[in-house]
Design a protein around this ligand. Structure first.
Ligand SMILES: Cc1ncc(COP(=O)(O)O)c(C=O)c1O
Length: 382
């Protein structure tokens, strides 16, 4: 009997690829061949902020302050105790789903916790979209969703209202038909802040019962306008949310979706119940237990928005408010202006190549103290 090592070598020799095989490239799946790799845009300024340098990281719509101390200490005590990182997380995040049930006023069975709302959006696309399905998206929008949808080989129909800062409901309704499989609506929209009211979502779900409506409420907390209570009535509505924005937990990658039980059953076919890390579940649950901290931050952002908008208008710069934690500004010679801002460690996001947003940039809004310091710096630039 030969040694296992000898046997292994024999098998290798037999299957040795020829030169052609070695040189051939294994292509990606057919449905994603025409996609370009997602452009990874650097998130700037975080290292400077962590070093304690005066930098304004306003490019990714994140919270500008640290998360609730209760979330931090829950994570710290888990890590420093004998918490059980050697085990898989609580499957399906049951305890967090119960807290979310209280927060959303929905039964826990209507909630699915995911690794960020991106994972919720991807799960929806993977579960409910097939090749050639028609997907309708008002633009400009949160572009990452388009990647998830296109990876399913769908036919994407984007609709662009004349005014990017207003919802064109008639245009939307007139684009939809029985053939429309899914509609993606962001409310408040990133980057324009447009809102769909619950009444509008109800109308859409009623008028097009064969179409799935995905309402992305990543910025819900700032706007306090939601369609979430409709998910127990409508079997064609999904609402996604996140802890990345108002709760300040973007680094943990945690979000959730709410939907009718029948839709959740469909998603459960490929949902990975151990995909949300233990630390994320613990941090999110503790953050939900500190709504005073959340509300104080929401109040600060709202005040800051007024201060910042007044400032831009006072210097004659077009500035568009949104109900979320960001505003949009129109900057002449945008590239040059953004370089000047970066040189002063002010990082905002160029959105001038988005439909209808020529010369526009989006910037996050921080708390009042940060906003006053920002304006002081902006005054030296503009
Ligand atoms: C509209 C919208 N949806 C989803 C996301 C992604 O959120 P998450 O961090 O929960 O994946 C973002 C992030 O910018 C967003 O703007």
């Amino acid at each position: 009997m030969g040694s296992p090592k000898k046997n292994l070598r024999l098998v290798e020799d037999k299957n040795k690829p020829n030169r052609d095989e070695l040189n051939s490239k294994i292509d990606v799946a057919y449905s994603i061949r025409r996609l370009k790799p997602y452009e990874v845009v650097e998130s700037r300024g975080s290292e400077q902020v962590l070093r304690g340098d005066k930098a304004f990281k306003l490019d990714w719509n994140e919270s500008t302050i640290t998360p609730s101390p209760k979330a931090l200490s829950a994570i710290q005590s888990f890590v420093s105790g004998n918490g059980g990182l050697n085990w898989y997380p609580s499957l399906g995040s049951r305890s967090l789903a119960d807290s979310l049930s209280e927060y959303t006023q929905l039964p826990a069975e209507n909630i699915l916790v995911t690794a960020g709302s991106d994972a919720a959006l991807q799960l929806i696309c993977d579960s409910y979209l097939d090749t050639n399905d028609e997907v309708v998206v008002p633009v400009p929008t949160y572009n990452h969703f388009l990647v998830f949808a296109q990876s399913r080989g769908v036919r994407l129909i984007s609709i662009q209202p004349n005014d990017p800062f207003r919802v064109d409901f008639d245009l939307l309704e007139s684009t939809l038909s029985n053939r429309t499989r899914l509609v993606y609506l962001v409310s408040p929209n990133n980057p324009t802040g447009t809102i769909f009211t619950a009444a509008q979502i109800e109308q859409l779900c009623t008028d097009f019962p064969r179409t799935l409506f995905v309402v992305d409420e990543a910025y819900f907390e700032f706007a306090q306008i939601t369609a979430i209570s409709l998910v127990t009535t409508f079997k064609n509505l999904l609402v996604t949310r996140t802890f990345s924005k108002a709760f300040g937990l973007a680094g943990l990658r945690i979000g959730y979706l709410a939907a009718h039980r029948t839709l959740i059953d469909g998603l459960s076919k490929i949902y990975n119940p151990k995909s949300v890390s233990t630390l994320s579940q613990i941090g999110a649950e503790a953050a939900l237990g500190d709504l005073d901290y959340l509300n104080k931050y929401l109040d600060e952002v709202s005040q800051s928005k007024t201060i910042l908008l007044d400032y831009f208008r006072s210097i004659g710069t077009d500035a568009f408010s949104t109900p979320a934690n960001f505003i949009v500004v129109r900057l002449p010679q945008i590239e040059e202006t953004l370089s000047k801002l970066s040189a002063e460690s002010i990082y905002i996001r160029n959105r001038s190549n988005y439909p209808g947003l020529a010369d526009c940039a989006r910037m996050s809004v921080g708390n009042v103290e940060q906003t006053r310091a920002l304006i002081e710096k902006l005054n030296r630039i503009f």
